[in-house]
Design a protein around this ligand. Structure first.
Ligand code: TTP
Ligand code: MG
Length: 387
């Protein structure tokens, strides 16, 4: 087991149902089932998910909606509203992006994060996870559960076991103690068939697999057997698969209430430009194309772009350009729901060469790096800029 890695698995609680409960307080504390129309028990289609209040009745994802209705007829049944969930999901991922660049999205509400390089900014892995949960709750009023472990599959089991609103850290020296009493169905890659075969051979728990003769597992199950054996020992070589080489860096924000004041919108664009700029500089990247994304109250989305001749990454250039694009786009009376700033069109070479050639730029870069360090230490509010 690689004891040195700090992997988080994050999964939102009862995601679709939690969004509906958040947006309609009358639903709080009630069984809520999201999915097909139950049509008084005659509906076809399935359950997408349900709130934790509906789970004791035996309702669960992928169940026929007619059966869910039979089990819990007094539940509130609601259709799926994807745009709402996507918006919440975007926000979750943009928060996660602020904690690490090593993110592997698994689904709309689930991701692995490699926090090995970044947890120490928050003191400890546990404190970093708490911070992530707090940020998500304070910004979109939803609960996430997080599992922490040195390997992926243990982090996933930890987050599942901690639900709802959980946080569970399995330190490397406790991994086997945690894993071994669990049923073999919790191992990745054990479907119903494998489970039945393992059970027949007397293996009920992960610990039973760990104690089984390795040679026999190989004979019986081939490579798959070896893989299961490794997992039972807490060994999982899979790393967090960072979502590709970055093709762009962006940050966006949805306003609490649609915004009509251009000054406030510019202030937000400044903050977003700052986040984009910091991230680029952290990775010593520069891009040529700045894009402004604007979504109006009617959910129409517009993009305006400008491509520089040279590559840029400093806030003055990014915000200066974004502000120009915004000023040209914005007309009095517009109601703005969301704004975003993106930099793309990267070249693979790093910026160093430029900096040495251009001493003025090099000095600006140094000043910005010093500001970044202060902000990393004292928080975003430590330094303010005027627009
Ligand atoms: P999950 O994370 O599996 O479930 P959940 O977030 O509702 O509940 P939990 O607290 O147990 O994590 O899936 C995320 C969302 O994906 C879920 O809210 C609805 C959707 N989904 C479906 O539409 N169909 C399915 O079969 C599953 C499993 C999920
Ligand atoms: Mg979930």
């Amino acid at each position: 087991m690689d004891k040195t890695r700090v992997i988080f698995h994050l999964d939102m609680d009862a995601f679709f149902a939690a969004v509906e409960q958040r947006d309609n307080p009358a639903l709080k504390g009630k069984p809520v089932v999201i999915g097909a129309d139950p049509k008084g028990g005659k509906g076809r289609g399935v359950v997408s998910t349900c709130s934790y209040e509906a789970r004791p009745y035996g309702v669960h994802s992928a169940q026929p909606i007619s059966l869910a209705y039979k089990k819990c007829p007094h539940a509130v049944f609601l259709p799926v509203n994807f745009s709402k969930y996507h918006e919440a999901s975007d926000k979750v991922f943009s928060i996660l992006n602020e904690f690490t660049d090593a993110i592997e999205p698994i689904s709309i509400d689930e991701a692995f994060l490699d926090m090995t390089e970044s947890y120490h900014f928050y003191g400890s892995p546990f404190a970093a996870a708490q911070r992530i949960k707090e940020r998500i709750y304070s910004e979109i009023s939803l609960n996430a559960s997080i599992g922490i472990a040195p390997v992926k599959f243990v982090a996933k089991i930890a987050s599942d076991s901690s639900k709802p609103n959980g946080l569970l850290e399995i330190k490397s020296e406790k991994v086997l103690e945690f894993l071994h009493p669990l049923p073999i169905s919790r191992l990745w890659g054990v479907g119903k068939k494998t489970q039945a075969m393992l059970n027949q051979l007397g293996m009920m728990t992960i610990g039973d697999v760990a104690g089984y003769d390795q040679r026999q597992l190989l004979d019986l199950f081939g490579e798959h057997g070896m893989h299961l054996y490794a997992l039972s020992q807490g060994i999982d070589p899979r790393g967090v698969e960072n979502d590709r080489e970055a093709k762009s860096v962006s940050h966006e924000n949805t306003f609490e209430v649609d915004e009509t004041d251009p000054e406030k919108i510019r202030q937000m664009l400044l903050q977003l430009s700052e986040l984009v700029s910091r991230r680029l500089r952290k990775h010593q990247m520069q891009g040529r194309t700045v894009s402004l994304k604007i979504r109006t109250s009617g959910f129409q989305t517009f993009t305006r772009t400008h491509t520089f001749e040279n590559r840029v990454n400093l806030i003055d250039d990014i915000y200066g350009c974004t502000k120009e694009l915004f000023n040209t786009f914005f007309k009095k009376g517009m109601r703005i729901r969301l704004v975003g700033v993106r930099l793309s069109n990267f070249d693979s070479e790093y910026i160093q060469e430029n900096l040495f050639i251009d001493p003025v730029n090099a000095k600006r870069e140094k000043v910005h790096q010093a500001l970044d360090r202060i902000k990393d230490k004292f928080g975003e509010q430590a330094i303010h800029r005027g627009i």
